[in-house]
Design a protein. Structure first.
Length: 52
């Protein structure tokens, strides 16, 4: 992919994400709390699946 060897895929992914991850960590430390999503599932209700 894009001329990169397979072993460097993970390091390239980490390099692209590290700034955002660091920002989240700093924000969590400054507020002394974990950031958790407030969203909940709002889709179709559970339905029975026929066996057979």
């Amino acid at each position: 992919l894009m001329g990169f060897d397979t072993p460097v895929f993970t390091p390239i992914f980490v390099m692209s994400r590290i700034t955002g991850w660091t920002a989240h960590i700093i924000e969590q430390l400054s507020h002394n709390s974990l950031i958790r999503p407030l969203a909940s599932y709002d889709g179709v209700a559970q339905r029975e699946v026929p066996k057979g």
